[in-house]
Design a protein around this ligand. Structure first.
Ligand code: NAP
Length: 471
């Protein structure tokens, strides 16, 4: 596919191959953007931002609503693109495409209610007769940098609120998975987005990233990706607004009063969806000593039934990792944990780009499979003796994205909710749960700012205060 820069679909002298993680075949090629392409995209987006700001909320809303309709009409076309470039099973890709439409519908709603607030300034000393109100105005040009693991859904979480807020958006999708984003741009244009208001640059972040994020004409950066790249972008961006949706090694605590059937059925979904390549995948499990052995046995049994294979085969439950190098890394972390004393309850083997669904027990939290972000299909279980110990261990991480507890005891649940440092807390479900309207985002090194169109649109706009000096 070509990339969309200026108001054209353009090629480049150098191309990048998009590889199917399942069989290594070349799905397509995309242009390798240069610094000159970045400049052209920003110059055009500056004009696009002016056009967007001149549209009414109703007009922006209608564009986003039409784009949502087009996505829904094309789920059967978009889902295979996601599976081919990213490797997730086709059922998960259909869900991703459907949710992408939902995000644009939610963004369409937000375009109609960019409200401010009345500020009763006469509450301040000497401010009698003063009345204030706030206005939300677009930032201008938004740079939206997205990761490989949800190549359509997460681009919509950025482009939808950016356009809803009256901005132009320059998308930089992950190099492994640019095709879904390019398809989305096509849909946004067909839905009536002004041709200057959306740009899509394909090419390595290491080549064009700094040029894009350091440009002073870009007024807002919304980034989803790894902690280290996020930190680099924050340092490079200079004085502009940033939203950072970063990584995690999400913990789940299982107390001795948990509903164990629900634990297994929930955790199998929250650990192994997209072969564990989800930022809120359950990675660390802290189980109470009274139920630890029973939990390991029963969850191990459930995990051992997860098969892997061709992601287009409807009977397959897990596809490959996005790159074989990632499968090698995940397998090596598992091997290292085993060498250091962890037990493989099930799985543990690599087969090319696949890693078996794996449960490790007796994991020391200092092992890499526990303390670093694994981003693969394995969970690391450790034994705890009390809720306090469990919360301390769960909090012993630089990350704080999502966390969960299984317990029937409201006091324990609330102790966890109050004591756990994470942006999203789940009670009686695993760490991986999201609906697109909720405020979603991490604390600590998992990032800053929230996604979910209602919240993201606030991050994509500036707030001005108007003061009426009344006689
Ligand atoms: P990544 O390597 O950090 O890449 C993310 C994006 O940043 C890609 O588009 C990448 O481009 C780009 N990039 C790389 N270097 C850059 C630079 N110097 N300047 C600007 N952009 C640059 O992450 P990933 O491997 O794609 O995704 C996995 C990570 O994302 C995990 O850590 C996961 O937890 C996190 N994630 C977080 C959330 C959340 O909501 N919190 C959701 C999903 C994923 P290239 O592809 O060209 O390198």
């Amino acid at each position: 596919m070509k990339m969309y820069v200026g108001t054209d679909w353009v090629d480049a002298s150098e191309l990048i191959e998009v590889i199917n993680p399942f069989d290594g075949s070349v799905v397509d090629t995309v242009p390798k953007a240069t610094a000159a392409d970045v400049d052209r995209a920003i110059v055009t987006a500056m004009r696009g931002a002016e056009v967007m700001a001149s549209l009414t909320g109703y007009e922006r809303s209608e564009i986003l609503r039409r784009a949502g309709d087009l996505i829904l009409e094309r789920v059967d076309e978009l889902a295979p693109v996601i599976t081919r470039e990213q490797g997730k099973i086709i059922g998960e890709s259909r869900v991703e495409a459907t949710r992408a439409a939902e995000i644009l519908y939610l963004s369409a709603e937000e375009a109609k209610r960019l409200n401010g607030e009345v500020v009763p300034l006469d509450g301040g000393p000497g401010a009698g007769g003063k009345l204030g109100f706030t206005l939300r105005v677009p930032c201008g040009v938004v740079a939206a940098i997205s990761p490989f693991n949800f190549p359509l859904h997460l681009v919509c979480h950025k482009a939808g609120p950016a356009l809803a807020g009256g901005n132009a958006v320059t998308i930089k999708p992950a190099t492994d998975t640019p095709l879904s984003a390019l398809k989305l741009v096509d849909i946004l244009l067909e839905a009536g987005t002004p041709p200057e208001a959306v740009q899509c640059l394909t090419g390595a972040g290491s080549d064009i990233g700094d040029v894009l994020v350091s440009d002073p004409r870009v007024r807002k950066i919304t980034f989803t990706g790894s902690r280290d790249v996020g930190e680099h972008i924050c340092k490079t961006a200079g004085l502009k607004k940033v939203t950072m949706e970063l990584g995690s090694n999400s913990p789940v605590i299982i107390m001795d009063d948990a509903d164990m059937e629900k634990v297994s059925s929930a955790l199998v979904q929250t650990t192994f969806a997209n072969a564990g390549q989800v930022c809120i995948s359950t990675q660390r499990i802290f189980a109470d000593g009274n139920i630890y052995s029973d939990f390991v046995d029963s969850f191990g049994d459930t995990v051992s039934k997860i098969n892997y294979g061709d992601p287009f085969d409807e009977s397959v439950m897990m596809g490959p990792l996005v790159r074989e190098a990632d499968a090698e890394r995940v397998a090596s972390w598992i091997d290292e944990a085993v060498t250091d004393g962890a037990k493989v309850i099930t799985g543990g083997q690599r087969d090319g780009g696949f890693v078996e669904a794996t449960l490790l027990a007796d994991v020391d939290p200092a092992m890499k499979v526990s303390c670093d972000e694994l981003f693969g299909p394995a969970a690391a279980a450790s034994k705890v003796s009390s809720i306090d110990e469990a919360i301390d261990m769960a909090n012993d991480s630089p990350y704080g994205l999502a966390a969960a507890i299984f317990t029937q005891d409201i006091d324990r649940a609330m102790k966890f909710a109050q004591g756990m440092d994470a942006g999203n807390i789940h009670i009686n479900w695993g760490s991986q749960w999201r609906t697109d309207l909720m405020p979603y985002g991490g604390i600590k090194e998992s990032g800053m700012g929230k996604e979910g169109p209602h919240y993201a649109v606030r991050e994509m706009t500036e707030e001005k205060l108007v003061v009426l000096h009344l006689d």
